[in-house]
Design a protein around this ligand. Sequence first.
Ligand SMILES: [Zn+2]
Length: 232
Amino acid sequence: MRYLLLAFLLFGTIVTAQPTADVLTGKSANANNSLESDTQTALKKMQTAALKDGIKIEVASGYRSFDRQRQIWNGKYKKYEAQGLQPDAIFDKIVEYSTVPGTSRHHWGTDMDLIDGNADYSGSVLVTDKFHGDGPFCKLKDWMDENSSKFGFELVYTMNENRAGFEYEPWHYSYAPVSKVYLRDYLTQIDFISFLRSQEIMGMDQISNERLTRYYKEHIQGVNPELQLEKE
Ligand SMILES: [Zn+2]
């Protein structure tokens, strides 16, 4: 008994609580749109460190609910449908940069799009050029390349031509200690196709199983190996 208690004290605080299916698919109540708590704590530490180097790390987009993602999805779907595209072609267009509702890593509260609040910028912020060359967020990008891993943060959609799925996103980071567990749980707990078909998501009654299965492999499983438990 004493050993059981000791084991609990040792591991009880380390093991992250298992996320429910609602948390994994963005359907849980999260009225404040807050980040997952360990992620928030780690982000604060990283923000404090970066500020000493003159970089003000700001979250342009953090937690996003299923409903919000569905609004984005349906808006784009209608636009492409009006242009005369067929369902699978519309799907291809949208998933270049946007996720199918219920499959976004932003649902987990472990992932976020980051910019530098101290930089001088205008217009859209999540643009690759702004993070490269002499773009306004280059200082942030260099700092993150050097330091983000020390705080547990990794790029998800890396610049790697062998990686299929989403385009390169130099702004999208994930808190690996928690999101690795969430990804494993997502892959083992969620019956992906039947979940999507049961939601009111535009086009989901017409997109082929084959296309959805490829999305699952490329977009959901095909992330930076640093964020995959089984690759360790
Ligand atoms: Zn993102």
